[in-house]
Design a protein around this ligand. Structure first.
Ligand SMILES: CC(C)(COP(=O)(O)OP(=O)(O)OC[C@H]1O[C@@H](n2cnc3c(N)ncnc32)[C@H](O)[C@@H]1OP(=O)(O)O)[C@@H](O)C(=O)NCCC(=O)NCCS
Length: 208
Protein backbone atom coordinates (compact mmCIF):
# COMPACT_ATOMS: atom_id res chain seq x y z
CA UNK A 1 0.00 0.00 0.00
CA UNK A 2 1.28 3.49 -0.81
CA UNK A 3 2.04 5.27 2.50
CA UNK A 4 0.90 8.83 3.25
CA UNK A 5 3.85 10.91 2.15
CA UNK A 6 4.23 14.61 2.90
CA UNK A 7 6.66 16.51 0.65
CA UNK A 8 7.70 19.90 2.01
CA UNK A 9 10.55 22.41 1.75
CA UNK A 10 13.44 21.55 4.04
CA UNK A 11 14.24 23.69 7.06
CA UNK A 12 17.60 24.22 8.71
CA UNK A 13 16.66 21.78 11.44
CA UNK A 14 16.33 19.02 8.81
CA UNK A 15 19.85 19.40 7.45
CA UNK A 16 21.71 17.27 9.99
CA UNK A 17 19.21 14.48 9.48
CA UNK A 18 19.61 14.77 5.71
CA UNK A 19 23.41 14.59 6.12
CA UNK A 20 23.02 11.48 8.26
CA UNK A 21 20.66 9.80 5.78
CA UNK A 22 22.94 10.70 2.84
CA UNK A 23 26.08 9.27 4.42
CA UNK A 24 25.70 5.60 3.37
CA UNK A 25 25.10 6.71 -0.23
CA UNK A 26 28.06 9.08 -0.08
CA UNK A 27 30.23 6.23 1.25
CA UNK A 28 29.19 4.15 -1.78
CA UNK A 29 30.00 7.03 -4.13
CA UNK A 30 26.34 7.17 -5.20
CA UNK A 31 25.79 10.72 -3.93
CA UNK A 32 28.31 13.53 -3.83
CA UNK A 33 29.33 14.24 -0.23
CA UNK A 34 28.73 17.75 1.08
CA UNK A 35 30.18 19.61 4.04
CA UNK A 36 27.62 20.71 6.66
CA UNK A 37 28.26 24.32 5.74
CA UNK A 38 27.41 23.59 2.10
CA UNK A 39 24.22 21.81 3.16
CA UNK A 40 23.14 24.78 5.28
CA UNK A 41 23.99 27.16 2.45
CA UNK A 42 21.75 25.17 0.13
CA UNK A 43 18.80 24.65 2.47
CA UNK A 44 16.49 26.53 0.10
CA UNK A 45 17.25 23.99 -2.62
CA UNK A 46 16.07 21.01 -0.57
CA UNK A 47 12.76 19.32 -0.07
CA UNK A 48 12.09 16.39 2.22
CA UNK A 49 9.55 13.58 2.24
CA UNK A 50 8.02 12.59 5.56
CA UNK A 51 5.98 9.61 6.61
CA UNK A 52 4.36 9.96 10.05
CA UNK A 53 6.71 12.85 10.86
CA UNK A 54 9.89 10.91 9.98
CA UNK A 55 12.12 12.12 7.15
CA UNK A 56 12.40 9.22 4.70
CA UNK A 57 13.65 11.04 1.61
CA UNK A 58 15.24 14.25 0.41
CA UNK A 59 16.19 15.94 -2.84
CA UNK A 60 17.49 19.22 -4.17
CA UNK A 61 17.13 21.45 -7.19
CA UNK A 62 20.21 23.46 -8.12
CA UNK A 63 19.76 26.19 -10.71
CA UNK A 64 22.62 26.11 -13.22
CA UNK A 65 21.69 28.70 -15.81
CA UNK A 66 18.74 30.70 -17.11
CA UNK A 67 16.99 27.65 -18.57
CA UNK A 68 18.62 24.73 -16.79
CA UNK A 69 18.70 23.18 -13.36
CA UNK A 70 20.09 20.02 -11.83
CA UNK A 71 18.21 17.50 -9.72
CA UNK A 72 20.77 16.37 -7.18
CA UNK A 73 21.13 14.68 -3.81
CA UNK A 74 17.91 12.72 -4.29
CA UNK A 75 17.65 9.83 -1.87
CA UNK A 76 15.12 7.63 -0.16
CA UNK A 77 15.90 5.44 2.84
CA UNK A 78 16.15 1.72 2.07
CA UNK A 79 13.18 0.78 4.24
CA UNK A 80 10.63 2.66 2.10
CA UNK A 81 12.15 2.27 -1.38
CA UNK A 82 9.83 1.14 -4.16
CA UNK A 83 6.76 2.72 -2.57
CA UNK A 84 6.59 5.90 -4.62
CA UNK A 85 8.47 8.28 -2.28
CA UNK A 86 11.17 8.93 -4.90
CA UNK A 87 8.44 9.59 -7.44
CA UNK A 88 6.83 12.17 -5.15
CA UNK A 89 10.15 13.92 -4.55
CA UNK A 90 11.18 14.00 -8.21
CA UNK A 91 7.76 15.24 -9.29
CA UNK A 92 7.87 18.00 -6.67
CA UNK A 93 11.36 19.07 -7.79
CA UNK A 94 10.25 19.14 -11.44
CA UNK A 95 7.21 21.24 -10.54
CA UNK A 96 9.38 23.62 -8.56
CA UNK A 97 11.73 23.92 -11.54
CA UNK A 98 8.79 24.86 -13.76
CA UNK A 99 7.64 27.48 -11.26
CA UNK A 100 11.13 28.98 -11.28
CA UNK A 101 10.92 29.25 -15.07
CA UNK A 102 13.40 26.50 -15.93
CA UNK A 103 12.81 24.51 -19.08
CA UNK A 104 15.42 21.77 -18.78
CA UNK A 105 16.72 19.57 -15.99
CA UNK A 106 19.80 17.38 -15.85
CA UNK A 107 20.95 14.80 -13.35
CA UNK A 108 23.94 12.54 -12.91
CA UNK A 109 22.72 9.20 -11.70
CA UNK A 110 22.98 5.41 -11.48
CA UNK A 111 19.17 5.23 -11.32
CA UNK A 112 18.61 5.34 -15.07
CA UNK A 113 15.34 3.37 -15.12
CA UNK A 114 13.82 5.46 -12.34
CA UNK A 115 14.52 8.70 -14.20
CA UNK A 116 13.52 7.20 -17.55
CA UNK A 117 10.11 6.34 -16.15
CA UNK A 118 9.72 10.02 -15.37
CA UNK A 119 10.37 11.07 -18.97
CA UNK A 120 14.10 11.63 -18.65
CA UNK A 121 16.50 10.72 -21.45
CA UNK A 122 20.09 9.60 -21.47
CA UNK A 123 22.51 12.25 -22.63
CA UNK A 124 25.19 10.41 -24.65
CA UNK A 125 28.75 10.89 -23.36
CA UNK A 126 29.79 12.95 -26.35
CA UNK A 127 26.73 15.22 -26.21
CA UNK A 128 27.32 18.63 -24.63
CA UNK A 129 25.05 19.46 -21.69
CA UNK A 130 24.73 23.05 -22.88
CA UNK A 131 25.75 25.26 -25.78
CA UNK A 132 29.46 26.18 -25.96
CA UNK A 133 28.98 29.76 -24.70
CA UNK A 134 26.99 28.59 -21.66
CA UNK A 135 29.54 25.84 -21.05
CA UNK A 136 32.23 28.53 -20.82
CA UNK A 137 30.14 30.36 -18.23
CA UNK A 138 29.46 27.21 -16.21
CA UNK A 139 33.21 26.57 -15.99
CA UNK A 140 33.32 29.64 -13.71
CA UNK A 141 31.12 27.93 -11.11
CA UNK A 142 32.88 26.83 -7.91
CA UNK A 143 30.24 24.14 -7.43
CA UNK A 144 31.62 20.59 -7.49
CA UNK A 145 28.35 19.14 -8.76
CA UNK A 146 28.55 21.36 -11.82
CA UNK A 147 32.12 20.20 -12.42
CA UNK A 148 30.83 16.64 -12.33
CA UNK A 149 28.05 17.47 -14.74
CA UNK A 150 30.57 19.02 -17.13
CA UNK A 151 32.72 15.90 -16.68
CA UNK A 152 35.82 17.89 -15.83
CA UNK A 153 39.02 15.89 -15.37
CA UNK A 154 39.54 16.66 -11.66
CA UNK A 155 36.21 15.12 -10.67
CA UNK A 156 36.29 12.28 -13.21
CA UNK A 157 36.87 9.55 -10.56
CA UNK A 158 33.58 10.58 -8.86
CA UNK A 159 31.49 10.20 -11.99
CA UNK A 160 32.60 6.77 -13.20
CA UNK A 161 29.59 4.61 -14.03
CA UNK A 162 27.16 7.49 -13.68
CA UNK A 163 24.81 8.44 -16.49
CA UNK A 164 23.95 12.01 -17.42
CA UNK A 165 20.23 12.36 -17.95
CA UNK A 166 18.12 15.22 -19.21
CA UNK A 167 14.48 16.21 -19.23
CA UNK A 168 12.75 18.99 -21.10
CA UNK A 169 9.99 20.38 -18.90
CA UNK A 170 6.61 21.11 -20.29
CA UNK A 171 4.18 23.28 -18.37
CA UNK A 172 0.96 21.47 -17.45
CA UNK A 173 -1.78 21.90 -20.04
CA UNK A 174 -4.51 24.43 -19.30
CA UNK A 175 -7.25 22.86 -17.22
CA UNK A 176 -4.99 20.35 -15.50
CA UNK A 177 -4.08 20.51 -11.81
CA UNK A 178 -3.06 24.03 -10.74
CA UNK A 179 0.45 24.82 -9.51
CA UNK A 180 0.97 25.25 -5.78
CA UNK A 181 -0.52 28.37 -4.19
CA UNK A 182 1.65 31.42 -4.63
CA UNK A 183 3.69 29.85 -7.40
CA UNK A 184 4.86 32.04 -10.24
CA UNK A 185 3.52 30.94 -13.62
CA UNK A 186 6.02 28.94 -15.63
CA UNK A 187 7.36 30.54 -18.80
CA UNK A 188 5.97 28.91 -21.89
CA UNK A 189 7.79 30.68 -24.67
CA UNK A 190 11.50 29.94 -24.80
CA UNK A 191 14.47 31.83 -26.21
CA UNK A 192 15.94 30.82 -29.55
CA UNK A 193 18.63 28.86 -27.73
CA UNK A 194 16.07 27.14 -25.54
CA UNK A 195 14.09 26.16 -28.61
CA UNK A 196 17.25 24.83 -30.28
CA UNK A 197 18.13 22.86 -27.17
CA UNK A 198 14.61 21.54 -26.89
CA UNK A 199 14.81 20.37 -30.51
CA UNK A 200 18.15 18.71 -29.75
CA UNK A 201 16.64 17.04 -26.70
CA UNK A 202 13.78 15.72 -28.77
CA UNK A 203 16.25 14.37 -31.34
CA UNK A 204 18.17 12.62 -28.55
CA UNK A 205 14.91 11.19 -27.33
CA UNK A 206 14.23 9.72 -30.76
CA UNK A 207 17.69 8.09 -30.72
CA UNK A 208 17.19 6.79 -27.17
C1 LIG B 1 16.30 6.74 -6.93
C2 LIG B 1 15.55 6.66 -5.61
C3 LIG B 1 15.49 8.05 -5.00
C4 LIG B 1 14.12 6.16 -5.92
O1 LIG B 1 13.37 6.18 -4.69
P1 LIG B 1 12.10 5.25 -4.47
O2 LIG B 1 11.33 5.80 -3.35
O3 LIG B 1 12.50 3.82 -4.40
O4 LIG B 1 11.33 5.54 -5.85
P2 LIG B 1 9.88 5.02 -6.27
O5 LIG B 1 9.34 4.10 -5.25
O6 LIG B 1 9.08 6.19 -6.65
O7 LIG B 1 10.23 4.22 -7.58
C5 LIG B 1 11.11 3.10 -7.52
C6 LIG B 1 10.47 1.91 -8.20
O8 LIG B 1 9.41 1.46 -7.40
C7 LIG B 1 8.23 1.32 -8.21
N1 LIG B 1 7.12 1.90 -7.46
C8 LIG B 1 6.72 3.17 -7.45
N2 LIG B 1 5.63 3.33 -6.68
C9 LIG B 1 5.38 2.13 -6.15
C10 LIG B 1 4.42 1.67 -5.27
N3 LIG B 1 3.48 2.47 -4.77
N4 LIG B 1 4.48 0.38 -4.92
C11 LIG B 1 5.42 -0.44 -5.43
N5 LIG B 1 6.37 -0.04 -6.30
C12 LIG B 1 6.34 1.22 -6.66
C13 LIG B 1 8.45 2.11 -9.44
O9 LIG B 1 7.92 1.41 -10.56
C14 LIG B 1 9.93 2.28 -9.53
O10 LIG B 1 10.51 1.41 -10.48
P3 LIG B 1 11.73 2.01 -11.40
O11 LIG B 1 12.88 2.34 -10.48
O12 LIG B 1 12.02 0.89 -12.33
O13 LIG B 1 11.19 3.23 -12.04
C15 LIG B 1 16.18 5.64 -4.63
O14 LIG B 1 16.34 4.42 -5.28
C16 LIG B 1 17.54 6.10 -4.09
O15 LIG B 1 17.61 6.72 -3.03
N6 LIG B 1 18.64 5.76 -4.80
C17 LIG B 1 19.99 6.09 -4.35
C18 LIG B 1 20.33 7.56 -4.57
C19 LIG B 1 20.36 7.93 -6.04
O16 LIG B 1 20.93 7.24 -6.87
N7 LIG B 1 19.74 9.08 -6.38
C20 LIG B 1 19.64 9.55 -7.76
C21 LIG B 1 20.74 10.48 -8.15
S1 LIG B 1 20.65 12.08 -7.44
Amino acid sequence: MTPDVLCRPATVSDMRKIAQLMQPLVDQNILLGKEMVVLYESVQQFIVAEIDGEIVGYGALHVMWEHMGEVRTLGVIDRVRGKGVGHRLLTALEQHALRLGLSQLVSLTFEVEFFRRHGWRILPDAAPVVAADVYAELLRSPDEGIAEMLDLAHVKPNTLGNTRMLKTLRPAAAGSAPAAAGAAPAAVAGSTRENAERARDERLGDED
